[in-house]
Design a protein around this ligand. Structure first.
Ligand code: ATP
Ligand code: MG
Length: 415
């Protein structure tokens, strides 16, 4: 018989296990806790949407839509796309469910996203994000609240050290248009020095040249005019309210007037939390205000602001997670002992004590397993113990071993 080839994973996907998985869970659990402190409701979203949801809202010329989407026709002939981001799907949900009645609506989500990118450390084809949005709020207070949320999350994860909040404003539509014209003029003058991609961007969306990662574009992008000269009074005032708000909350930031977000729908506030510890993949959390998005999906004007953070990138920045084994490992030895141990473990778990059973191998092997698992106690139940309704409980930290009556186990293990 021909040898069966073992299947390979899809390029750019990960099987997250062991310490990496613990980091992942810790990020998600911390996010879930902090989002409640800020009053964000959770939302569970479909992993795929009609392709138009992303194509229309992100803009046909963005990298995500033009190069990175996993789009396919389903069996019914509809064009679907695996979500490359949360925001567009959440806006679609807002419109399809008539959530207007809930504004300002503070939502949070997390889960997998899909982009056809060149895989490398910190960049995958299936990756995971945390996401926070405030929909139906045009006030700077919403931007401030989201930035405080992001700041507190990073602090509670213990990774704020070496992470900088870079903040910019893209102004209102009027400011943005005036700045755009000035950028076109500047880039036109250096057209031939630009990378091919950026020459293309010049036609489609010149703002994105500022965002270019191509080395040859950098000096030209860095010499481009700032938005500041083009900001309307209203746009300036809005930005001042945001910065005053976060200053009052003690959120540290620096101005990066070169910062534009990769997607078309951003207005006013744009920001990235950046670290120097992850090489080129240094943006851990990014977002901004997207007042124009809902209309691009055919909805009413609905100002909104949000951010997303890469779970893997946050996980990589965490300190080494503490090894935490179960509270107790049970070692049943003899007839009827396994069933008795199962029953006792059920009682302990209902009291919030974590336990596992070592049911394989001789006594020595089982004790080794208990030690390797990092358990606090080993509970040995042999036939003699069972007959006397006791267990031999060994404290693995002190090495001390005692006989405990079964009815007193919970107390003994929580002492
Ligand atoms: P980049 O400039 O790194 O491509 P982006 O602008 O495409 O980022 P967003 O769409 O704003 O990123 O996503 C927000 C966050 O999600 C990023 O800051 C990053 O932490 C994470 N992220 C984005 N793409 C990937 C990916 N392919 N793999 C892992 N994490 C990612
Ligand atoms: Mg990208």
């Amino acid at each position: 018989m021909a040898k069966i080839q073992t299947p390979q994973p899809v390029r750019g996907t990960q099987d997250i296990f062991g310490e990496d998985q613990e980091r992942f869970s810790h990020v998600v659990e911390t996010f879930e806790r902090v989002r409640r402190l800020f009053g964000f409701k959770g939302v569970e979203m479909p992993v795929f949407e009609p392709t138009a949801v992303f194509a229309r809202s992100l803009g046909e010329t963005t990298d995500v839509v033009s190069k990175e989407m996993y789009s396919f026709e389903d069996r019914g002939g509809d064009s679907l796309t695996l979500r490359p981001e949360f925001t567009a799907g959440i806006c679609r949900a807002f419109l399809s469910n008539g959530w207007q009645q809930h504004v300002p609506l503070k939502l949070s989500a997390h889960g997998p996203l899909f982009r056809y990118e060149r895989p490398q450390k910190g960049r995958y084809r299936q990756f995971h994000q945390l996401d926070a949005e405030i929909i139906g709020a045009g006030e700077a207070a919403a931007d401030v609240e989201l930035l405080c949320f992001a700041d507190q999350l990073l602090k509670e994860l213990g990774i704020d050290d070496g992470v900088t909040l870079q903040l910019n404003t893209l102004g209102d539509a009027e400011s943005r248009d005036a700045w755009r014209d000035a950028l076109v003029e500047h880039f036109q003058a250096h057209r031939t020095e630009l990378s091919e991609d950026s020459q293309d961007r010049l036609e489609r969306n010149p703002l994105r040249i500022l965002d270019s990662k191509e080395r040859q574009d950098r000096p030209i992008a860095d010499a481009a005019p700032d938005i500041d000269a083009y900001l309307s009074t209203e746009a300036k005032e809005f930005f001042a309210q945001v910065t005053e708000g976060i200053d009052a909350c003690g959120v540290a930031w620096t101005r990066n007037s070169r910062l534009v977000r990769g997607l078309d729908y951003y207005r006013h506030t744009a920001f990235e939390f950046v670290t120097d510890r992850l090489g080129a993949q240094g943006t851990v959390l990014a977002g901004g205000r997207y007042d124009g998005l809902m209309e691009s999906l055919g909805g009413p004007h609905t100002p909104a602001v949000g951010w997303a953070a890469g779970i893997e990138r946050l996980g990589m920045l965490l300190d080494e997670p503490e090894k935490c084994g179960p509270d107790a490992i049970f070692v049943p030895l003899g007839d009827g002992c396994e069933a008795a141990a199962m029953k006792l473990m059920g009682e302990l778990r209902r009291s919030g004590i974590s336990c596992e059973m070592a049911y394989k191998g001789n006594m020595k092997k089982r004790m080794q397993k208990a030690n390797a698992a990092g358990a606090s106690y080993v509970v040995i139940i042999g036939e003699n113990e069972l007959a006397n309704s006791v267990a031999a409980v060994k404290n693995l930290v002190t090495g001390d071993q005692r006989e405990i009556v079964l009815s007193g186990l919970v107390e003994a293990l929580t002492a």
